[in-house]
Write a protein that binds this ligand. Structure first.
Ligand code: AMP
Length: 207
């Protein structure tokens, strides 16, 4: 199964990706995670990306497309994956079409005010990269108490990331609808409710 997870930052793509990975045993490819890893390791790609990420802007298409083309080479034959955070522009989507055939694009739909609320309280785990919120003192996945706020989860950057989403990434909804690939999920509920809707849409048994 080859999926794209589409939605505003904070729509729950990462959380649903973890559930989908467990259920279907497919790889989770997050371009944001790859950039953050490169920033942590002080690579040239990391320093190129950081300038844009810190402002809530998109990293230029050619940089992201080169990176994803390399990553996709790891998936031979029909090995499954889900892309989280890629594509984000029509140019990236056109490029992806030349690289692989997708089974579905899942759109996680959440109103902006809820996005701002979620991102302001989102915390990441330094130990395992898991996602939780400020009501937790420890990571629900690994128990670590090393939770932090992502640099771009501060209010001014959240606003510009949302603006970027509406200006550039939202165009992908029409793009994938016209390709007949779009599955629309109301992503305002709990992670479990949302996951059940995803399974329904994928026509998959919930057990
Ligand atoms: P994310 O973790 O998906 O919210 O991504 C964090 C940041 O990484 C974004 O705000 C962008 O600056 C950058 N980024 C991630 N994926 C892409 C992409 N496909 N195109 C451009 N920039 C990206």
């Amino acid at each position: 199964m080859r999926l794209v997870l589409l939605g505003a930052p904070g729509a729950g793509k990462g959380t649903q990706a973890a559930l989908l990975k467990e259920k279907f045993n497919i790889a989770h490819v997050s371009t944001g995670d790859i950039f953050r890893e490169n920033i942590k390791n002080n690579t040239p790609l990391g320093s190129q990306a950081k300038t844009f990420m810190d402002k809530g802007e998109l990293v230029p298409d050619d940089i992201v497309m080169n990176m994803i083309a390399d990553k996709l080479k790891e998936f031979k034959d029909n090995a499954g994956f889900m892309l989280d955070g890629f594509p984000r522009t029509v140019k990236q989507a056109e490029f992806l079409k030349t690289q692989t055939k997708l089974d579905a694009v899942i759109l996680f739909d959440v109103p902006d005010d809820e996005i701002v609320r979620r991102l302001s309280s989102r915390r990441m785990c330094k130990a395992c990269g898991g996602i939780t919120d400020s009501s937790h003192k420890n990571c629900p996945s690994c128990g670590s108490s090393d939770l932090f706020t992502r640099d771009d989860d501060h209010e001014d950057v959240i606003k510009s990331r949302l603006k970027t989403f509406h200006e550039q990434t939202e165009k992908l909804i029409d793009f994938y609808r016209s390709e007949g690939l779009l599955l629309n999920v109301n992503a305002s509920g709990t992670p479990e409710e949302i996951f059940n809707s995803v399974l329904d849409l994928l026509n998959h048994d919930k057990n």
